[in-house]
Design a protein around this ligand. Structure first.
Ligand SMILES: Cc1cc2nc3c(=O)[nH]c(=O)nc-3n(C[C@H](O)[C@H](O)[C@H](O)COP(=O)(O)OP(=O)(O)OC[C@H]3O[C@@H](n4cnc5c(N)ncnc54)[C@H](O)[C@@H]3O)c2cc1C
Length: 570
């Protein structure tokens, strides 16, 4: 039977902040736009963002200071032109969101309130209580709707249509009933979010399985800086569910089992508000040296009991609820248990400053755009500062939309044919009918446990080689999977099997990147190479996968600028 072919001006994959911000712009400009998303838009992970969105709007703050903090936080790997653009546009982005209808928390004077975050020299995170992402997502979703965007929700994008150097759309199937379709577009954009699910302890939604990265890589296109995975200092003990940095921003203090405020040893000036990589390593070091708390001694305490209870009730109500629900610990009365959790992915699909996806270091792919966490523009370099990612998604999402509007008259990709659905059909049928003896949940647990163990906060050549071996083995076993649900209606077993294939592939990129990078920078910490090596590694990694799954890597220059590369101290 023929697969249905839709035609749009713009097709956007992902309905988080990046995808919806772009869609709202292109729809408002009269471009026929479809957003395809495997979740309902309001369940996108952007809705889980708690703490805030940065903009230099405070009295003694400046765009330059915001840019400096971001570049320093990135351990100088961020591209300075992109950082300057984003920081420059941050105040306007906040005003835009406000004009769209987002209600931010206010200070006593009635101005938008700002709170301190780690690695920032001034308070600059604007917030809506501790539900910032949800407020923004609901607002932008409503506004995109109002402009007339068409949303295909519960549709899973399984392939990119990439021929003769240009992208002409995507192939997708409906999770509801297995119906398949091709979506042709003059401009195609990926905004599929993060991919922290490769780790056992993580703060990410179940949907964050990095589908787009592996889809792009399977077409021989590069991925950038995949070795840089951010481990957030405060995941709830045991599960990794996020306790936002706002908890430290509002004054939370960290203690080990001896009652020591250990950050005094690791970051004597910034203490708990040093950048995330620094605090995460400090926590894990305390645990490794036997000063952890809890039944397994694998957590530390964050204490907020010295704060006025009104601060917690007014500004951190959701965090309190989470700790009560999942740990039975009430932060009003007692310290709660936390440990670091895989949280954010700095690497991704390389794009230029105008969100065009790159074919290699020098060329772009015609008709193809990306923004948000799945992309690497790179504003976060080796380590992202808190509250810069919602800003990135919102600003670069909009910016992608604006660039699509500018470019679209020049784009005329070849029309789609039935043949373009072939790869999706083959994969779908293979997963459904393959008759092996391996089970997806077992392979996934082995992946997640081993990634946390061997490619987590601390890495060595030995642990990474071990992990590479494990991954190669898991990839072989993946070829022998079998699923028992053969239906087409909400077949989550089938979906999870396809997602696991993606997770295994992008994990290999993480490990290969980490193995080759023989230095420590930002979130990437090699115990066998504990210092930063600017001479050899002040470079972005570009990695490509060949047809047999082998990865080759090259290095690309970082865009430097007015901020001099220095040692990073907090
Ligand atoms: C718990 C938590 C708290 C956070 N708090 C903050 C914060 O306070 N401040 C901050 O700056 N950052 C925060 N972050 C990070 C930030 O929220 C994210 O980086 C950002 O929201 C990502 O937005 P996005 O639009 O790129 O992707 P997402 O919002 O993750 O959206 C991804 C979209 O892609 C779709 N999709 C994915 N794969 C497919 C596929 N194969 N087919 C179809 N659709 C697909 C999904 O359905 C979804 O709609 C937080 C992250 C987490 C996990």
């Amino acid at each position: 039977m023929d697969v249905k072919i839709y035609e749009y001006d713009v097709v956007i994959v992902g309905a988080g902040l990046a995808g919806l911000a772009a869609a709202r712009e292109t729809t408002a400009a009269g471009k026929k736009t479809a957003v395809i998303t495997k979740l309902h838009p309001l369940r996108s992970h952007s809705g889980a963002a708690q703490g805030g969105i940065n903009a230099a709007i405070g009295k003694d703050d400046s765009v330059d200071l915001h840019a400096f903090d971001t570049i320093k936080g990135s351990d100088y790997l961020a591209d300075q032109d992109c950082v300057e653009l984003m920081c420059n546009k941050a105040p306007e982005t906040i005003r835009w969101a406000e004009h769209m209808g987002a209600v931010f928390s206010r200070d006593e004077k009635g101005d938008i309130a700002i709170r301190p975050f780690g690695g920032q020299s001034k308070p600059r995170a604007c917030y809506a209580k501790d539900r910032t992402g949800l407020t923004l997502l609901q607002t932008i979703y409503e506004q995109a709707h109002r402009e007339g965007v068409e949303v295909f929700d519960e549709w899973y994008v399984a392939d990119l249509i990439y021929k003769d150097g240009e992208v002409s759309g995507v192939a997708a199937f409906s999770l509801r009933d297995g119906q398949m379709a091709l979506f042709g577009a003059k401009a195609t954009m990926f905004a599929t979010g993060g991919y922290g699910r490769a780790f056992k302890i993580n703060s990410n939604a179940h949907a964050n399985t990095g589908d787009a990265l592996s889809i792009v890589a399977r077409h021989g296109l590069p991925l950038e800086d995949m070795e840089f995975v951010q481990f957030h200092p405060s995941g709830l003990g045991g599960s990794g569910i996020l306790i936002s940095e706002a908890a430290r921003g509002e004054g939370g203090r960290l203690f080990n089992s001896k009652g020591e405020r250990f950050m005094e040893r690791y970051a004597p000036n910034a203490l708990e508000l040093a950048s995330r990589d620094v605090v995460s390593r400090a926590i894990m070091q305390e645990i490794r040296e036997g000063r952890g708390v809890g039944p397994n001694k694998d957590a530390v305490y964050i204490d907020l009991t010295h704060l006025d209870p009104q601060i917690i009730l007014a500004k951190l109500p959701e965090l309190r609820e989470l700790a009560i629900t999942f740990l039975g610990q009430d932060m009003l009365k007692e310290p709660i248990m936390i440990a670091s959790t895989a949280h954010y992915s700095m690497g991704g699909i390389p794009v230029d400053i105008n969100c065009h996806v790159k074919k290699n270091q020098n060329e772009i792919v015609s008709g193809f755009y990306a923004a948000g966490e799945c992309s690497c523009v790179s504003v976060h370099g080796a380590n992202r500062l808190g509250a810069n990612s919602v800003l990135e998604a919102l600003f670069f999402g909009r910016h992608a939309g604006e660039n699509i509007i500018k470019d679209i008259a020049t784009l005329s990709p070849k029309p789609l044919t039935q043949n373009d659905a072939k790869r999706m059909l083959e994969e779908y049928t293979w997963v459904k009918t393959n008759n092996g003896d391996e089970h997806v949940p077992t392979l996934r647990s082995e992946l997640q446990e081993s990634m946390t163990e061997n490619a987590g906060v601390f890495r060595t050549e030995e642990s990474l080689l071990k992990q590479k071996n494990i991954l190669q083995n898991l990839l072989k076993r993946y070829k022998k999977i079998r699923i028992s649900d053969k239906s087409s209606v909400y077949n989550t077993e089938l979906q999870e099997a396809i997602e696991l294939g993606h997770m295994l592939e992008y994990s290999l990129f993480i490990v290969e990147g980490a193995l080759a990078r023989k230095e420590s920078r930002g979130a990437h910490y090699r115990e066998d190479f504990p210092t930063r090596d600017d001479e050899n590694f002040l470079k972005h990694t570009y990695a490509y996968m060949d047809e047999s799954g082998n990865i080759t890597q090259e290095y690309a220059d970082v865009v430097l600028g007015k901020f001099e590369v220095k040692e990073r101290k907090y």
